[in-house]
Design a protein around this ligand. Sequence first.
Ligand code: NAD
Length: 298
Amino acid sequence: MSLKLDGKKLSLEIEEKLKNYIYINKTIVKRNPGLAVIRIGEDPASGVYVKNKEKACSRVGIKSFIFHLKDTVEQKEVEELLNKLNLDNDIDGILLQLPIPKKFDEQRLISYINPKKDVDGLNEQNIGKLVKNEPAMRSCTPAGIVNLLRSQNITIEGKKIVVIGRSLLVGKPISLMLLNLNGTVTMTHSKTKNLNKICREADILIAAAGKPNLIDASFVKEGAVIIDVGIHRLTSSDKRKVRLCGDVLLEDVIPKVFAYTPVPGGVGPMTVTMLLVNTIYSWQKQFGLSSTLNDLLP
Ligand code: NAD
């Protein structure tokens, strides 16, 4: 039987450790860690993600500050808010909830975030440190995937790893993290030829194309590990039911693999947990607290 990489269970275990860490250390530093989340516009999925992050913060003892801006706001105003939060001593982490409306220069806004508070790990300085394999905050979804693999002692070193997708959010950083951990990584994308054949060589296959059910059993080697990053809401033809699925046609693939991540309950919860880890990492650095988190930041 194949092994389910249960992100929900692991995230609750990590949260328990984070909660204790905050509980012990807040008596020393006299304040809880603080996370600012900026949401722009009315994208409903973003609304759900921000709510989940807020709830996760309150479970472990991080104070969250939610800024929900209208999409009529100007780029300059968001930059000013970021500058203010950069200087705010009660804020350890700043997250810009993506995607944001197209009229904004997303990369410029991310560059405005103080790298020490860049809990999404997307600022040039943190990406640069990832390229150089130096310690820093790591982007949440890829770091969550590495922790899921490690939690079941799945070997990365020397393994053939194929990543589908080359986005700054997922494909590139997960490829770099796995490369830093001595995997042999192939990065693929929408212009890749013979994707099916390349994927069939993978010991570990990471699907982050953002295409529902793209990967069926024909893409997968017998005994491989498959990580499904995609998340899609599919509405039934009568529009009555909404079902979540990933990039992987799981029912087809599960009988063939050694291990897989479910959707929901796989990569998603780990992404939220890594946001908490990064926020506490920043808090811990600011106050020179002892660290037990470095192992979680690949
Ligand atoms: P993106 O659209 O920015 O990037 C998609 C990448 O996939 C691109 O590099 C593109 O070249 C590649 N691609 C597209 N179609 C392809 C195809 N047919 N074959 C090969 N490559 C193809 O998306 P993203 O931000 O990287 O996110 C990818 C998916 O992961 C989305 O479904 C997103 O919702 C999901 N996601 C989930 C989490 C989570 O926590 N579970 C976090 C981030 C993103």
